[in-house]
Write a protein that binds this ligand. Structure first.
Ligand code: ZN
Length: 128
């Protein structure tokens, strides 16, 4: 119950009444701007993202068992909406989103079967 309440408080600071991001979405590590305010829609979906690390170890590691199931995301329907974003190589049908500047990630998730859904995990980015 307490967890739910704190989620709601945090959400009201991040999500506008029409369900968009109020603040800019930035890389947690280097502050690179990923999304401008109002460009993404808040979405709830359970997605598994491997633990954050540099791109090189992301793609070379075959052990994808370490990570988190995250359920709060910023949903963007067009990759040109992003200010800056990078992608990993395909992992099956999945591409992970990474910071374009410092290449930390994954900060988000994209499935090749759905070209209009790019998810950025709320817990893996900074808001300012
Ligand atoms: Zn970065």
């Amino acid at each position: 119950m307490d967890q739910k309440e704190s989620d709601a408080v945090e959400r009201s600071e991040l999500v506008s009444e029409d369900g968009k991001n109020i603040k800019s979405v930035l890389c947690q590590r280097c502050g690179s701007k990923v999304l401008c305010p109002g460009m993404a829609a808040f979405a709830e979906k359970e997605l598994f993202l491997p633990s954050m690390r540099k791109k090189t170890s992301l793609t070379s590691s075959s052990d994808g068992s370490e990570g988190d199931t995250l359920s709060h995301h910023w949903l963007v329907d067009d990759m040109y909406v992003f200010e800056n974003v990078g992608f990993t190589h395909d992992v099956g049908r999945i591409k992970y989103l990474i910071c374009a500047d410092c290449e930390i990630g994954p900060i988000g998730w994209h499935c090749l079967d759905d070209k209009k859904s790019f998810y950025v995990a709320v817990e893996r980015v900074k808001h300012a």
